[in-house]
Every structure is written in C-alpha cells, then in structure tokens.
Ligand binder design. Structure first.
Ligand code: TYD
Length: 389
C-alpha cells in the first residue's frame, strides 16, 4: 500500500486477518449482515507512520448507534477533569476559545460549557448526551469543517483538544490543515492517543482495530506536523489506555527543541525490523493465549466488552465455546453479541452473582480501577495481551 501521509510504499508487519467493526455489537438477526475488513498493520519507511490499509467508511462506525461513552469510566472522568484544570491554568486565556475534536458525551467539554467552545463529533448517539449537558456540538467530521469560507474561524482558537480521536481519522492532512488555519498565534493543540512505544512494549496488539487508522510515535507525529508548519513542543507520557502520550503542538518555531530530538532518538521506532519482531511476538503470544484458555478446561467469562476485545477474539478465534459471556457496564451493548464471534454481552449487574473463577480482563487498561472495585471476591484474572497493568 501507499502511505496515507507521504505516498511511499509501506510494508505490513502484522496481519490480524478478517475483522468486523470493533464496536458493532449486534442482535441475533444481524449476524448474517456483518461487514468485515482486512486488518493489516503497515509501516512507512519514509515518514515512519504505522497505519492500516483498509478502513470502514466513517458513517459505518461513527453514527447514531455508536456505543462508546467516555463517561462509563470513573478514571476517564477524573482524567478529563484534571486536563481541564491544566488547560484553564496554563493555556486558555480569559474569554479564549477551545475546541474538541471527537467530543463524545461531553465528559471533557463540560468543564468549558460556559465559555467559547465547540465540540466536533459525527456520532449522534454521543452528541445527544453532550447537548443535554449544554455543550455546543457540530455533528460532522472536523476535517470537513469549512474554515476557508469564514474569517470568523481563522486564527481564533486558543486550544484544541483531541483525545483518542485523531488516530481514527483517515484524512490526517485535512485535520492538521484545519487546525493550522484555525489556531491562534500562541495557540496549542493537545492530542492524546495510545503511544506506539507502549503498544510495542506491552504487546498490546488489541489497540489495533477497525476504528483507528494510525498509531503514532513521536517521530511519525513530528514528520506529518512539519509538512504543515506545526510541531511538537512538548509531550507527557500517561497511564491511560494502557500507556498513552499527550502531545503539545504549536506553530513551528525557529529554535531547536532538544527534548523532542532526544526523545525521537531514544524512542527507536524508525525501522521496519522493530515492528517485524513485534509482529512475530504477537503471533506467538496469541497462539499461547488461546491454548491457555482451552487448557483450563473450566468455564471462562470476559470482563469489559471493549472495542479492543474484538481484535483479540477474532484474531485468536475465540467464540462462546471458550468464553461463554462478557460482562459490561454499557446498556447499549448489553443483550447484544460481540462483533464477529457473537459472544453474549451481559449486564455488569449480574457479574457479582456469577461464580466463574476464570475471568479474561479485556479492559486491562482499567485494571487498577477494576481490581479495586472487585476486591471482595477472589478471581483468576487473565490478561489477553502481553503487558502488565
Ligand atoms: P475501554 O478500554 O475504555 O475502551 P475501548 O472500547 O476503546 O477499548 O473499554 C470500554 C468498555 O469497557 C465499555 O463498554 C465499558 C466497559 N467497562 C466495564 O464494563 N467495566 C469497567 O469497570 C470499565 C472501566 C469499563
């Protein structure tokens, strides 16, 4: 495939096979009509971007039934409250303008609803909740926002935030182009996403699924930003989503940034060999994981019907004969079946009554919150991917 960023020929390092849309939990009568896409993960040797070749059209994923709600996790509510605090203290001037790309249920923007704000999200299911909180939402993709037609939006935004959304958008240049046009002279774009170095270190291949298009390293992020005269000014590593990175991005500056240059050197994600090794490790890990479950010869249940679980279940060929049900807190998923493998999703309220010892913790990234919540009963927690919590 040709790189989506620079059109160089890319090389595949991991083939996760035929995968359904990761959050497309279905009813029994929809089993026959599910769409599948090939999920290969590719590396561009020129701009170093890791990406998928095939991705579903936006409206097949982000629509009125999109079932991911940020506010289902107490840890994420706290995370966004802290980010809002940081922005108010350091980045947003009085009467400044803030925009969020992928505003979901408004868990973040809620902290700014009394000021000049706007959220962008193509999924009506989440927009309904955000609007009920008094948040102004534009329900179309940010990259299609017609900035060029109106001076009202040019150079006016002081803070952009995108958290686990930039990686979902195939038109990466379109997003960056709009940010460049809309960002004020001293403006900042705070972008969070799972960090590719953590994915590699933790063998967390479950982060690869049919909602994402890109997985960024510092080096690949810097490369694409520079094409638009933007650059990474700073970054923080975060524990969210099993290991994330928060980029602080601004207009390109004249002076050299040693912190970023050093981080790129240390990161070591600029060669195909690193990813090739990772791909092979994932393959053998997945085989061992499936066998581990079969060898237990006991009933097994799952915890958290996350999008991530779709990749693991379909890649490892694990269906209801191995994991009989998955408990989940999201009402929109309960009573439905997991994409591709059709494992029943059961209301979390039933979990306490379930005596099953062996539990696959699909939401291992929320491990601390969950172990704390479930500490009253001993269970054999099994992690689906390689990393510790
Ligand atoms: P998450 O790891 O946040 O996201 P993703 O879907 O992007 O992989 O998982 C979200 C799902 O996990 C959501 O359906 C709610 C469920 N969940 C639980 O069932 N219990 C919990 O304690 C938590 C934190 C999440």
């Amino acid at each position: 495939m040709k790189c989506r960023i620079c059109e160089t020929e890319c090389k595949m390092f991991l083939d996760l096979g035929r995968q359904p849309i990761a959050n497309n939990f279905l009813t029994e009568d929809q089993f026959g009509s599910e769409a599948f896409y090939h999920l290969g993960v590719y590396f561009c040797p020129a701009c170093m971007t890791v990406q998928h070749r095939d991705c579903p059209v936006c409206s097949d994923v982000f629509n009125s039934t999109y079932p991911f709600f940020t506010g289902t996790s107490q840890a994420m509510i706290k995370h966004f409250a802290e980010l809002a605090e940081l922005i108010k203290e350091k980045y947003l001037p009085a009467h400044g303008q803030i925009m969020e790309i992928g505003s979901n249920d408004g868990t973040f923007l809620e902290h700014f609803k009394d000021g000049d704000h706007m959220g962008f999200d193509p999924s009506e299911s989440v927009n309904r909740i955000a609007r009920a909180k008094g948040i102004y939402v534009y329900s179309k993709p940010f990259e299609g926002f017609p900035v060029e037609n109106s001076k009202r939006w040019q150079g006016t935004t002081d803070v952009f935030v995108s958290a686990n959304t930039f990686a979902h958008i195939p038109d990466r240049h379109g997003v960056i182009r709009n940010i460049k046009r809309m960002m004020s002279v001293k403006g900042i774009w705070i972008n969070e996403e799972p960090y590719l170095r953590s994915i590699v270190d933790k063998l967390a291949y479950d982060q690869f699924y049919n909602e994402h298009v890109f997985y960024t390293s510092i080096v690949s992020m810097q490369n694409v930003l520079r094409m638009h005269d933007l650059e990474i000014i700073d970054f923080d590593l975060l524990p969210t989503h099993g290991g994330s990175i928060r980029y602080f991005i601004g207009h390109k500056r004249a002076e050299r940034n040693e912190k970023i240059d050093d981080a790129i050197k240390r990161e070591g994600l600029n060669s195909f060999e690193v990813f090739d090794r990772f791909g092979k490790d994932v393959e053998s890990h997945a085989k061992r994981f499936r066998q581990q479950l079969i060898d237990l010869k006991r009933p097994i249940v799952g915890y958290g019907a996350a999008a991530k679980s779709t990749t693991v279940l379909n890649y490892c060929d694990i269906g209801p004969d191995i994991i009989s049900r998955i408990y989940d807190t999201t009402p929109e998923k309960q009573g439905k079946f997991s994409p591709g493998k059709h494992i029943p999703v059961v209301a979390y309220s039933q979990f306490a009554k379930d005596d099953t010892q062996d539990v696959v913790l699909f939401v291992w990234n929320h491990g601390k919150e969950i172990y704390d919540k479930e500490r009253n009963r001993a269970r054999n927690w099994i992690l689906p991917v390689g990393g510790a919590i």
